[in-house]
Design a protein around this ligand. Structure first.
Ligand SMILES: [Zn+2]
Length: 326
């Protein structure tokens, strides 16, 4: 059997790929009923989103299906704190919330490798929109990756929350935005900065455009200066960046030169522009939190509709009294 794969709860067919399971559910003839289970659209939905569906082993005793209608389930979901919902769902899926830094490392590994080995044929140039898109990318989840819901905006206390080092950390909006950008910088953008500088001082057969490289370094420096984040180039000597020394008497020529470029951007950027960029980052997190919660609620709702045991446990944990059946 495939580990962590998709399993048909009716015939035990398994597939590592979602596509395989989708095909299975679209068969012209119904698969063999090995588990005495009728495949309803809800159950199919649960399998496609959670890979597996575990039917209740015994009929639910506590909950009367006539009483527990969708309204009650809906209320239940609405009343629950988002962190609590996430915990219940991840327990059900036998997953754990992903540490933000682990996630960033994984997400950017490929891009970092390409930058370090100069594998971008036309060069890698990030615009301000591209930089903002990185934040969007990092904070948006889909139904199959609920465990990546590790950045959220908590409306009740107006705090940005990041899941890191086995716990949730809360930040004021601006501080949280800075922290988030700073993490993306550590796991990706620091490498991008060195890539631009290195290529500005290297002759390339593929002919990267120097004007364009400098222009995008300035865009990048302007962006990080808004958050008060500093350059990365100052951690290295020319030799470490280029593999050779540029001048005889100064081994930190590049660091000094580009700290100046950074300083100029930092001086030029106006307060209005600063506030606008910060606001955009915070809004991206806010909008994605709403999107992510919708995904979370939908997934939870689908499971609650078909899994009585899970539903009972949840109701018990919420201590909602259910009238006995007469
Ligand atoms: Zn099947």
């Amino acid at each position: 059997m495939v580990k962590n794969g998709y399993i048909c709860p009716r015939c035990n067919y398994d597939s590592e790929k979602k596509q395989g399971m989708e095909r299975h559910f679209q068969r012209k003839t119904l698969c063999a009923d090995r588990n005495n289970l009728a495949l309803t659209p809800e159950i199919i939905d649960v399998v496609l989103k959670n890979r597996q569906y575990h039917p209740p082993k015994q009929p639910a005793k506590v909950v009367n299906n006539n009483i527990i209608n969708y309204n009650i389930i809906n209320n239940l979901i609405c009343q629950m704190d988002s962190g609590e919902k996430l915990m219940h769902l991840l327990n059900y899926q036998q997953k754990q919330i992903e540490d933000l830094e682990d996630g960033l490392e994984k997400r950017f590994q490929h891009r970092v490798d390409r930058l370090e080995n100069n594998k971008y044929k036309g060069g890698c140039y990030l615009t301000l929109d591209d930089l903002l898109e990185l934040v969007n990318d990092v904070t948006k989840i889909d139904t199959n990756n609920i465990e990546q819901f590790n950045v959220l905006f908590d409306k009740a206390v107006k705090r940005l929350r990041l899941y890191r080092g086995k716990g949730w950390e809360s930040f004021l909006e601006d501080v949280g935005a800075r922290e988030l950008v700073s993490l993306i910088k550590s796991y990706y953008l620091d490498t991008y900065e060195i890539y631009l500088i290195k290529n500005l001082h290297t002759d390339h057969p593929i002919g990267l455009n120097r004007i364009k490289l400098l222009e995008h370094l300035e865009i990048y420096y302007r962006f990080i200066s808004i958050f008060g984040l500093s350059t990365f180039v100052d951690n290295f000597t020319d030799l470490e960046i280029l593999g050779h020394r540029l001048t005889g008497d100064n081994e930190n020529y590049l660091a000094e030169r580009y700290i100046d470029v950074y300083g100029q951007q930092k001086r030029e950027v106006k307060t209005a522009e600063k506030n606008q960029v910060k606001r955009k980052i915070i809004n991206i997190v806010k909008e994605n939190t709403i999107h992510n919660l919708t995904e979370l609620n939908q997934t939870l709702m689908n499971i609650l509709k078909v899994d009585n045991i899970f539903r009972d446990e949840l109701l018990r944990s919420k201590e909602i009294a259910v009238a006995p059946q007469i």
